[in-house]
Write a protein that binds this ligand. Sequence first.
Ligand code: MN
Ligand code: MN
Length: 466
Amino acid sequence: MENKTAKQLEEELLYSAKPVAELQPDTVALAEEFCRGYKQFLNESKTEREATALSTRMLQDAGYQLFEPGRRYEAGEKVYMVNRGKCVLAATIGREPLSAGIHMNMSHIDSPRLDLKQMPLYEDGGLALFKTHYYGGLRKYQWTAVPLALHGVLYKAGGERVDFCIGEREEDPVFCVTDLLPHLSREQNERTLRNGIRGEELNIVVGSLPIQDEGAKQKVKLFTMQLLNQQYGIVEKDFIRAEIEAVPAHKARDVGFDRGLIGAYGHDDRVEAYPALLAEIEVQSPRFTTLCVLTDKEETGSNGTTGLRGDYVFHFVQQLCAGQGADYVSCLMASKCLSSDVNAAFDPTFPEVNDRRNCAYAGKGVVLTKYTGSGGKSDTNDASAEMVAYIADLLDEAGVVWQIGELGKVDQGGGGTVAKFVAERNVDTIDIGVPVLSMHAPFELVAKTDVYMAYKAFAAFAAAEK
Ligand code: MN
Ligand code: MN
């Protein structure tokens, strides 16, 4: 190292992540273009069912065929499958046999929200309201005094399906959870932030006018039910057979004078689902079979028939293997998986929760996360050095700007996503995703350049020759 200046040595020997816009100025415009489609996807898929329907249409338009168990698929063929209207699987058959492994990319399309209870409608104080039960880890106080839209599905007696979507069009009414005025919140102010708004206080105002009839006891409730009956032909008991979700009514918007960020509901985890889906659609005759999974129920722990603790993805892999006469176990052992989900971005207003040297920053590229979990690395897939090395090399070769990111300081809290459930099937898995500000809030922020780098990373993994 003779005659090298300290500056040269610094560049050669030391490492720190840098903004995408600094390393690759040209990608700012490409990211802007890519995110136009992403914002549209966000606006049209606020629930897992809507994301499934939209993704299915995109796959069909791209020539994907509905998967037929037992059939032998040839290299380059593209198939898809839908699980219960809430999850999508799409695969492109590789040139290698399935025993060489699959390149899996798993993201989720459910987001924190307020679900209606089974018997939601009631009247109190001259208002009609819906009782809710929150879904996922949300900070309850953030969900008051924001316009909400209702999305969902309901089955009438006899099986007829009714689809709901009210509050998204300009001319639609919206709905709202109320909060106390500052003048009368002295007692509420003494609560901890966690209990500032309690679960049973997340009640949505849905009506205020009474039915014009002296005989009724609950006139406002009855008028609301009459309107619903006229519009959808439903009666109160039908709510029991429904899944209706209250989500923020606003659309995705550019944020900042420079428009570098996108603010929206549901970045977690559409900000991976959309790039993953495009990467899957665009890959042509890959070496390894690709499998893009858009799953449900991540936000509640991945349980049930549509969550990744369940078997649905692995049943699909089994059937794919059976069609090719490949050994299922060998296929899993040789497979690799990206657990594609968001991470927390460093927030300068709350710097104390992160280790600045090991956290992710908005605008510095897609984030690789070796482990999530909490405490002494409990409840996590801790990706091996080999897996980190594999993906880091792959991203470097593809010109992807990436950074590392640990979720918060040690012992600050924690969290996790689907990685461990896939890894437990003996598949090498690593967390990767976009850093988010205000994660799980009604309006989350991401950097456009990071979204674009996620897409480039997923495309590189789908098309990887190693
Ligand atoms: Mn997520
Ligand atoms: Mn989440």
